[in-house]
Design a protein around this ligand. Structure first.
Ligand SMILES: Nc1nc2c(c(=O)[nH]1)N[C@H]1C(S)=C(S)[C@@H](COP(=O)(O)O)O[C@H]1N2
Ligand SMILES: [Mo]
Length: 325
């Protein structure tokens, strides 16, 4: 039988090996997914391939769709979402994370939750997975570079975790720290950023139910290139706020010094809310290219305030968003 080697080293049956029955079953599963609103956005073959991939690679994660928090946009193909990535710990090319992240060891994995909290704790990934019921949420992700995707994430509100550790009155911000291990992450040897990758939120932003502690996507455990085993996803902010492969969550008094803000303070502010009215100093933020729609006839889409997540507007009432970009 013909074997195609996948980036993760999982053997995939070549397309001609997929029998009509398998296609039929894949189609049934596909229709079921459409019915629950969890359509993958790929072709039937892609679906079948993904099922096969899932069996050998990333285990499935059961999660209930949260329709109130899910975009109806056509979902980005799994293939695109897992091969076009930013994860500088593995290199700066979009294809680097998919090529190199296989060296990341995602188990065992612990996240230490510390700082201004009454109940500091170190949780391993299995404890994190069980902390609250898993939900599927289809979020738009808008990168500051001007492209966007639509991804069905799996996780639960970060606020669930925050409530468990009981922040003190001194906790004004929360800081997320990604793993920075040269042995597993070839990009950490380069000086493109100050490692570890650090991101942060104001407490009220972190408590907003849209802020998602994320452990999976497309019904499966997170692929390594997407920030396994646990990351944050903040759909109303530029993608770089959504730190991947987190090992530490720290509650602090002062605004965290975030990696991108330290590297280029005039280009990347602390808030980094998606805002078509505040351009990046080197390019417009008024429109975006949706990955998968990028044929030469593809039109650009208008970028929406807060990436279309108007629910978060009250968090910024009275703030000058040109100053606090
Ligand atoms: N640790 C870490 N987290 C990171 C990054 C990174 O380089 N390192 N890149 C960010 C950027 S710029 C984007 S757009 C998103 C991309 O997430 P995705 O690859 O899952 O789409 O991850 C963000 N999180
Ligand atoms: Mo990004």
């Amino acid at each position: 039988m013909l074997i195609q080697r996948s980036p993760n080293g999982v053997d995939l049956p070549f397309s001609s090996e997929i029998t009509p029955r398998e296609i039929y079953e894949a189609r049934r599963a596909f229709i079921k997914r459409v019915a629950v609103g969890a359509i993958a956005g790929g072709s039937l073959l892609e679906m079948a391939t993904r099922e096969a991939f899932a069996q050998g690679g990333n285990p499935k994660l059961a999660a209930k769709l949260n329709p109130a928090y899910s975009a109806l946009d056509k979902q980005t193909a799994y293939k695109d979402a897992t091969t076009y990535n930013n994860f500088y710990e593995f290199g700066t090319d979009k294809s680097d994370p998919a090529e190199h992240a296989h060296t990341l060891r995602t188990r065992p994995w612990t996240v230490s939750i510390e700082g201004e909290v009454k109940k500091p704790m170190t949780l391993d990934i299995d404890q994190l997975l069980k902390l609250a019921p898993l939900e599927e949420r289809v979020y738009r992700l808008r990168c500051v570079e001007g492209w966007s995707m639509v991804i069905p994430w799996v996780g639960y509100s970060l606020s669930e975790l925050i409530k468990k550790v009981e922040p003190t009155g001194n906790a004004k911000y929360v800081e997320f720290v990604s793993l920075a291990d040269k042995g597993q992450m070839p990009g950490v040897g380069s000086r493109v950023l100050n490692w570890p990758y650090v991101e942060g939120l104001r407490m009220d932003e972190a408590m907003h139910p849209l802020a998602l502690l994320t452990v999976g996507m497309y019904g499966e455990v997170l692929p390594k290139q997407n920030g396994a085993p646990v990351r944050i996803v903040l759909p109303w902010k530029y993608g770089f706020k959504s730190a991947k492969s987190i090992v530490k969550i720290r509650f602090v008094k002062d605004q965290p010094r975030t990696a991108w803000n330290v590297s280029a303070p005039s280009e990347y502010g602390f808030y980094s809310n998606v805002n078509p009215d505040v351009d990046h100093p080197r390019w417009s933020q008024g429109s975006e290219r949706r990955i998968g729609e990028d044929g030469f006839l593809a039109r650009k889409r208008k970028t929406l305030m807060f990436n279309g997540y108007a629910d978060v507007a009250p968090l910024y009432a009275g703030m000058d968003l040109k100053k606090f970009f």
